[in-house]
Design a protein around this ligand. Structure first.
Ligand code: ADP
Ligand code: ADP
Length: 239
């Protein structure tokens, strides 16, 4: 089953820079794909196009068969709920608890008046514990986010994303600010999304070593162009 397909995607910024230049690729359900490339290669532009944080200039971005570049309103909200986001800077609300941060994932981009006031159902609270168990962070449930280490913050961010029940997770340099040992722990947690829940993961990495260790396939970008797209077995023997 195909979870993500890009067809002839171009993104030209107002200043004329081609962020993406005729990008075509397909990602299957449960694949763990590493996106690599130097700074300025187009990795952020690619991720922002997939969840429609930016509008592409032309082309199709099919998420679960629907072109996200063509939908609006309710349908766009529904599609974004299926796309989990993990950021280099974690994007937790620092002054509030791990529990509240994870519960916020329940509605993703679109809070309701109840969730804005911090009112959650018993079921949601139980779900938050279930997700935190997966990243071994239940013991920090009532800890404030700003009291956690970087690795712990990222694991809470993974639990938050799981509250959305995503089919696709986009992790934009999730370990760039972490030391090697902590990075490995976070990468293991991300890999478990694929392994145990069959979630498709796209991860933008600076480290080729991590890409080779974890990914099923490596996609390489340079100057907005897709210059590399190989399963890991071929990547290992050829390069
Ligand atoms: P990264 O390499 O992690 O994408 P950058 O420092 O290149 O980080 O970019 C940081 C932010 O600035 C991004 O949101 C990007 O879209 C924006 N940006 C990058 N280059 C330009 C540019 N030439 N003009 C305007 N905004 C830019
Ligand atoms: P990466 O994430 O691989 O570092 P980006 O997607 O951030 O690459 O950037 C790709 C190219 O697009 C770079 O040349 C960057 O300067 C440019 N760019 C990114 N965002 C903007 C923007 N908002 N306006 C203009 N140019 C941008």
């Amino acid at each position: 089953k195909t979870v993500l397909e890009l067809k002839h995607v171009n993104k030209v910024y107002p200043n004329g820079v081609k962020g993406l230049d005729d990008i075509n690729f397909t990602v299957h359900e449960g694949e763990f794909v590493a996106v690599v490339g130097l700074s300025g290669a187009g990795k952020s532009t690619l991720f922002n196009s997939i969840n429609r944080m930016i509008d592409v200039t032309d082309g199709q971005v099919l998420v679960d068969g629907t072109d996200i570049t063509k939908v609006n309103g309710k349908e766009l909200r529904r599609m974004r709920r299926k796309i989990g986001m993990i950021f280099q800077s974690f994007n937790l609300v620092n002054r509030t608890t791990v529990q509240k941060n994870v519960l916020a994932g329940r509605t993703g981009y679109y809070p309701t008046w109840k969730t804005l006031l911090g009112i959650y159902s018993k079921e949601d609270k139980q779900q938050a514990v279930v997700q935190l168990e997966k990243v071994n962070m239940v013991k920090k449930l009532y800890r404030r986010a700003d009291q956690l280490s970087g690795g712990q913050k990222q694991r809470v961010a993974i639990a938050r994303t799981l509250m959305q029940n995503p089919t696709l997770v986009l992790a934009d340099e999730p370990v760039a600010s972490l030391d090697p040992k902590t990075s490995k722990g976070v990468m293991d947690d991300l890999y478990n999304l694929k392994k145990h829940e069959h979630i498709t993961v796209l991860v933008n990495l600076h480290s080729m070593e991590l890409a080779l260790k974890y990914a099923d396939r490596i996609i390489g970008l340079r100057d907005g162009k897709l210059v590399y797209n190989k399963p890991i077995a071929e990547a290992n023997e050829a390069d």
